[in-house]
Design a protein around this ligand. Structure first.
Ligand SMILES: [Zn+2]
Length: 92
């Protein structure tokens, strides 16, 4: 028991100067709000791939950085893309 605790304390998987509490936060800007020319085209697999992970799941807002309005658009577009078989529903 004690061994395990000690081990965990010594086994730091991050640098000394890396403190998660004061990690540099880069403000994410919604791609669609910042880039007016960005077109969320559900028929374009290259665009749609950015919004799903390797399992085919829709990425959360904290990952895509999209605003609430555009995240809804993304979700809709991904679902449309799945329906026309541009994106997979699931992948193992
Ligand atoms: Zn937006």
């Amino acid at each position: 028991m004690a061994d395990k605790k000690q081990n965990r304390r010594n086994n730091k998987n991050y640098d000394d100067d890396y403190n998660p509490r004061f990690r540099k936060q880069r403000k994410k800007v919604c791609v669609m709000c910042s880039d007016k020319n960005f077109e969320l085209d559900y028929k374009n697999p290259e665009v749609m791939k950015k919004f799903v992970n390797d399992k085919g799941k829709i990425l959360p807002r904290r990952t895509t950085g999209a605003c609430a309005k555009h995240q809804r658009d993304i979700t809709l577009a991904v679902k449309r893309a799945r329906h026309i078989a541009i994106l997979p529903y699931s992948q193992n």
